[in-house]
Ligand binder design. Structure first.
Ligand code: PRX
Length: 629
């Protein structure tokens, strides 16, 4: 964040009340009602979540205990049997939602598709049967490396249906990054597409999968299931690779959802931390289903006829929780868009809103900043009157961007939910409930009912209002991550040991700096560890440093985030060179491409500076970070 942004956040005190009209129709209608619900949750959190689990979800078998909390290990709805694919699909089929649009998809070149709940259910069942036919069984991990096409959601739901945890790898990651994630997850099968569209170009996804799997680099992968999207040339490896459209012809559309244990793993999603290797964040079934369901319902305030659009990619947690699982569990109509604003189509987001009459729109501050730069005449030329509610996620929103979003996109009538959360939290944690909580530009406002958040010092003591500290969550919640895949020790170290337990009570360390103002509103200031956020994408500085030192010219590298007006932060790398190399523009170019090859375009350094030496601590560590996560 720039100093001017920090300055404006510190002095921001404008208050925006939801309109009476909005509040009257909202799921939670007033501050009093929010406080009442929050109070109930506080008085008896287990009863609060158990009541919601009973009324909001289908269970094949109820649980023996709501919570088993043995810090840092947690279980929710112990011995309960549930299937999130059933909750997202089957249970809607016996209602009026059967023929309602579940998924509206817009392809980048202008093609589109709508799947009703009945149609989506059918495709998911077929896909699940195809997975079974390829030998995937309950507990087998399936890699998904897909463009933003309906089959990405179908594949996730198919895995969930048969109890095969998925690990979705963002399609912008390189073959190397994909390989590392597949190896760590011991994936048995990979689902991909021949290619995907990204900013008017085709990304050759299948080719990347081939590179990742070449020379037996991922021995666990037995099969690759390929969806046809772009129809460009590629090769299928006999015996390993299969077209989805071929298998689809041979499989039945009957596939009952497997009753799974509430704590069966639903997915692994890799995210960056302070150390080199990304962490496999593990989420399980029952708690995640409940948490994403309830947060979607109350925060996005969904009505039966709403069209809801979250612009994230399914490769990130936002796509998992708020394109696929949360909205579908609620029986909502969720929009999925393959494209992104690009030179040839700057207004494409607003076209999608106009075309489908989107009512609820959820995007990232980095996108909003880019729209401001493009000029308001672009959205002004479209009819955005269907919008009722706006949301943001992923990084702090600067008040100027908030005000623009409110005026130009929201027409001064749509509440804005600035939602703070993380891959690890599974769902939104701090946010306005739009009919109940007045907003302040730049603040995520107050915790969701059932979430107990505090700003503390490193001894676990609450800091006074308006003083900075560390954001911590003091009680377990159903959507929380269960562990780091294959590394429970890292889980404990990263999240549970920075702050000592308070009266025996463990505090979750979020890794963000924050303050609470005199009204109890939270202001999240950004990461306190070696994680930077480039266009809302979370990157570990050490991950980029490791990529740089794997280049033969580089002896040492230190990476920092530099404030950037558009992207939030930009990657700046300082490198020292091996003896025979000398710095040049050509080498800078080469090093940037090397990082793209090792991680993906999202990690491309904006700047690379050559240096004779890098600062070190007296113990010889490069001195650019503050903690050992
Ligand atoms: O630093 C916080 C920032 O994004 C981090 C989580 O990143 P990730 O796991 O990739 O998940 C992003 C989508 C949920 C947080 O630790 N962050 C997320 N939302 C906000 C935010 N910072 C400020 N305000 C937010 N609304």
């Amino acid at each position: 964040m720039s100093e001017s942004t920090i300055e404006s956040i510190l002095h921001e005190n404008r208050l925006f009340q939801p309109s009476a009209e909005f509040s009257q129709q909202a799921a939670v209608k007033s501050l009093t009602e929010y406080e009442q619900i929050y109070g109930q949750a506080k008085a008896d959190p287990e009863k609060f979540w158990a009541d919601l689990a009973t009324t909001e979800l289908h269970w094949f078998q109820t649980w023996d205990a709501v919570l088993n909390w043995q810090p840092p290990n947690v279980q929710w709805f112990v011995n309960g049997k549930i299937n999130i694919s059933y909750n997202c699909l089957d249970r809607h089929l016996t209602t009026a939602r059967r023929n309602k649009a579940a998924l509206i998809w817009e392809g980048e070149p202008g093609d589109s598709r709508t799947l009703t709940y009945a149609q989506l259910h059918r495709e998911v069942c077929q896909f699940a049967n195809a997975l079974k036919q390829l030998g995937v069984k309950k507990g087998d991990i399936v890699g998904i490396y897909m463009p933003m096409i309906p089959e990405a959601a179908i594949a996730m739901l198919a895995c969930a249906r048969i109890g095969a945890p998925h690990t979705v790898v963002f399609g912008g990651f390189s073959a190397e990054a994909l390989r590392d994630r597949l190896v760590d997850g011991n994936a048995k099968l990979v689902i991909t597409a021949d290619g995907g569209w990204r900013k008017d170009a085709i990304v050759p996804l299948k080719e990347q999968v081939d590179k990742a799997l070449a020379n037996g680099q991922v021995p666990s992968v037995e099969n690759v299931l390929v969806v046809r999207r772009t129809a460009q040339a590629m090769t299928l490896t006999e015996g390993r690779d299969h077209w989805w459209h071929d298998l689809q012809k041979t499989v039945s559309a009957h596939c009952p959802a497997e009753p799974l244990d509430s704590e069966d793993m639903l997915f692994i999603l890799y995210t960056s931390g302070s150390t080199g290797k990304p962490k496999g964040v593990v989420h399980t079934t029952g708690g995640y289903n409940l948490y994403t369901h309830v947060t979607t319902k109350w925060i996005f305030d969904l009505r039966e006829t709403d069209v809801y659009w979250c612009t994230a990619d399914v490769g990130w947690i936002t796509g998992h929780s708020y394109i696929v699982y949360g909205p579908l569990s609620n029986g909502a109509t969720t929009v999925m868009y393959e494209g992104a604003p690009r030179a040839s189509n700057l207004g494409c987001f607003w076209d999608v809103i106009e075309k489908h009459g989107v009512n609820v729109f959820y995007t990232a501050p980095t996108a909003i900043r880019a729209f401001i730069k493009m000029g308001e005449e672009i959205p002004n030329a479209r009819d955005l009157s269907s919008l009722r509610l706006l949301g943001t996620v992923g990084e702090p929103i600067n008040p100027e961007a908030w005000m623009w979003y409110n005026r130009v996109i929201g027409g001064d009538r749509c509440p804005i939910v600035d939602t703070w959360w993380q891959t690890e939290t599974g769902g939104i944690m701090i946010t306005p409930l739009p009919g109940a909580i007045a907003t302040k530009p730049g603040s995520a406002t107050r915790p969701f009912p059932g979430i107990f958040a505090e700003v503390v010092d490193l001894n676990g003591n609450s800091v006074p209002a308006n003083e900075g500290g560390y954001l911590a969550i003091t009680h377990p919640w159903p959507g929380m991550m269960r562990t780091v895949y294959g590394d429970p020790d890292r889980f404990r170290r990263t999240y549970w040991e920075h702050i000592p337990p308070r009266d025996g009570n463990y505090l979750y360390f979020a890794g963000d700096g924050a303050r609470q103002d005199e009204d109890g509103y939270f202001w999240v200031m950004g990461r306190v560890d070696d994680v930077i956020s480039v266009s809302g994408h979370r990157l570990g500085t050490m991950e980029i440093e490791s990529a740089l030192v794997s280049h033969p010219a580089v002896a040492e590298a230190a990476v920092v985030g530099k404030p950037d007006e558009l992207k939030g932060e930009e990657v700046v790398a300082f490198v020292t060179l091996e003896g025979t190399y000398s710095g040049s523009d050509a080498l800078i170019k080469d090093l940037k491409s090397h990082v793209v090859k090792e991680i993906g375009a999202l990690a491309r350094p904006g700047e690379i500076r050559f240096s004779d030496a890098l600062p070190k601590t007296d113990r010889g560590k490069l001195c650019v970070g503050c903690c050992d996560r």
